[in-house]
Design a protein around this ligand. Structure first.
Ligand code: NAI
Ligand code: MG
Length: 492
């Protein structure tokens, strides 16, 4: 596939991207490197340092020192606001560069990556408002006592993030950690280390003191595991697979670090017969195929009320077949490749499983090999799916939708909840009572009504059941990134 022109800043950056530790750009202690692959071509883009146990140790040491010296938490809150706001501005000023970098690293269409970078800027802007709004309280007890609370940072945080929304995930960890006065070590996914490094650099440019934000690139079982286990890390915020979430929880046992987990999903997208069919079709399609289906909240189980099943499916198939798959660097591309060879094999493996379980491939179902050596998979819709099939129960994380017929509202809620996950759900209906009834009945951290996929820095995000625990964004991160201290003063 022909490569669209790269921006000079991007070409220059990928010449030698390095980790950011203690305010410096550094190689791994071992000097080892690993390859970064462009998923659209399967070719090596560049190398980055292969951080491991030793590098995590150095980075945690830098973050600890910055914390103990109060280099960041000790600044005037208004100053921290200024720096975070500037960081958001810097991200927004560099949208084209960052979007292209994200696109070649992750395979996502550049048009979508641009929107994501704008959203990253918004996350920093939102959190820039928080440093001046963190209060303790005074509590009446005994008349001879003066009791008050201090709300303090937790200390050194670790952020372990996935490859599907690399820069957004980085912002979701770094922005609240900073807003509430913590320091952080960020470990991006090995598939997508580039924008995290760039964010580490932009933090310094915005005026975040050295050692406050550190970025260690490396593999999950090496750098990730070391960070989750590290006795001097006070908190881990993890986003990724449920399987690794369990490992992170175990690894945190040693020093009982605080843990928040944002894990997988198998979200229902329910279409009732009274829905606006045009909107429901478009919304369901984007809800499952956005980012090649590599979205934790993807509406992969499309539950359709029997009376409109056939009409809805035929509209969904038409819309799906018209999606433009191709070079992520071209503006008109709607869907790029999946992230890696491994992921492509996993996704096509699930398509085979679906076939052998007796579901029908109504559209797609193959690797899109006409697009060259990149990891392209056709957007695929299965019909005739039962909710107990593996393709309806397991997170595929690729462009694969499973359409399940349901009889009515009660069955829709029951099937929607028949999963180990509970991250999100979408409901399409024009009946207000039905919408609220279903929203209340569904066990998930987010429910969208006549819309899908929305997130905003001010709205809390997280899972029910095995989709994890803890909430990110909004005022909820005040709870997860601070701790309170009660101070008793004897007045006698
Ligand atoms: P993963 O869960 O292995 O990777 C997420 C992050 O965890 C990466 O930074 C990785 O380096 C790190 N990690 C891996 N093993 C670790 C360990 N033992 N200790 C600490 N950190 C560790 O996800 P992976 O393997 O890339 O994808 C596999 C499947 O996971 C996908 O097919 C998808 O189903 C699911 N997934 C879900 C995501 C979500 O947002 N819900 C995001 C990424 C993957
Ligand atoms: Mg893994």
């Amino acid at each position: 596939m022909p490569q669209a022109e790269l921006l000079p800043e991007v070409t220059k950056f990928i010449e030698s991207p390095k980790m950011v530790i203690g305010g410096k750009s550094v190689d791994a202690v071992s000097r080892d490197m690993f390859d970064v692959i462009d998923p659209a071509t399967g070719r090596v883009l560049c190398e980055v340092p292969r951080g491991g146990v030793a590098d995590i140790d150095v980075a945690v040491g830098a973050a600890r020192q910055a914390h103990e010296e109060r280099r960041w938490a000790g600044l005037r809150p208004g100053k921290r606001t200024e720096v975070l706001y500037k960081l958001g501005e810097l991200v927004k000023r560099n949208i084209s560069e960052l979007a292209q970098l994200e696109s070649i690293d992750s395979g996502k269409p550049v048009s979508i990556a641009s929107g994501e970078m704008w959203a990253v800027g918004e996350v920093f802007r939102y959190y820039s408002g928080w440093p001046t709004k963190v209060f303790g309280e005074t509590t009446p007890t005994d008349d001879n006592m003066f009791v008050y609370s201090l709300r303090e940072p937790i200390g050194v945080c670790g952020g372990i993030i996935p490859w599907n929304f690399p820069m957004i995930m980085a912002a979701w960890k770094v922005a609240p950690a900073l807003a509430f006065g913590n320091t952080i070590v960020l470990k991006p996914a090995e598939q997508t280390p580039l924008t995290a490094i760039r964010l580490g650099e932009l933090c310094l440019e915005a005026g975040v003191p050295e050692g406050v934000v550190n970025v260690v690139t490396g593999f999950g079982q090496e750098a990730g595991q070391a960070l989750a286990q590290h006795p001097d890390v006070d908190k881990i915020a993890f986003t990724g697979s449920t399987e690794v979430g369990r490992k992170v929880l175990h690894a945190s046992e040693g020093n009982l670090k605080r843990v928040t987990l944002e894990l997988g999903g198998k979200s229902p997208n329910i279409v009732f017969s009274d829905a606006n069919m045009k909107r429901a079709t478009r919304g369901s399609m984007h809800g499952v195929f956005l980012n090649s289906g590599q979205v934790c909240t993807a509406g992969t189980r499309i539950l359709v009320e029997k009376s409109v099943h056939d009409d809805f499916v035929s509209a969904l198939l038409d819309a799906t077949a018209s999606m433009k798959l191709g070079n992520p660097l071209e503006e008109e591309t709607q869907m790029g490749p999946v992230i890696s060879q491994e992921q492509m094999e996993r996704v096509t493996g699930y398509i085979e499983i679906g076939r052998s379980e007796g579901a029908e491939v109504a559209v797609g179902g193959e690797r899109a090999s006409e697009l060259g050596d990149g990891y392209f998979v056709q957007p695929t819709v299965f019909t005739g799916v039962r909710n107990d099939m593996r393709i309806a129960q397991e997170e595929i994380f690729g462009p694969v939708a499973a359409v399940i017929e349901v009889a009515d509202v009660d069955e829709a809620i029951a099937v929607a909840n028949d999963t180990i996950y509970g991250l999100a759900a979408a409901v399409w209906t024009s009946d207000v009572s039905k919408a609220h009834k279903v929203a209340r009945g569904i066990k998930a951290g987010t429910v969208w009504v006549n819309t899908a996929g929305n997130v905003d820095p001010s709205v809390s995000f997280g899972g029910y059941k095995q989709s994890g625990f803890g909430r990110e964004l909004g005022r909820h991160s005040l709870e997860t990134y601070t701790q309170t201290k009660s101070v008793w003063v004897n007045l006698r």
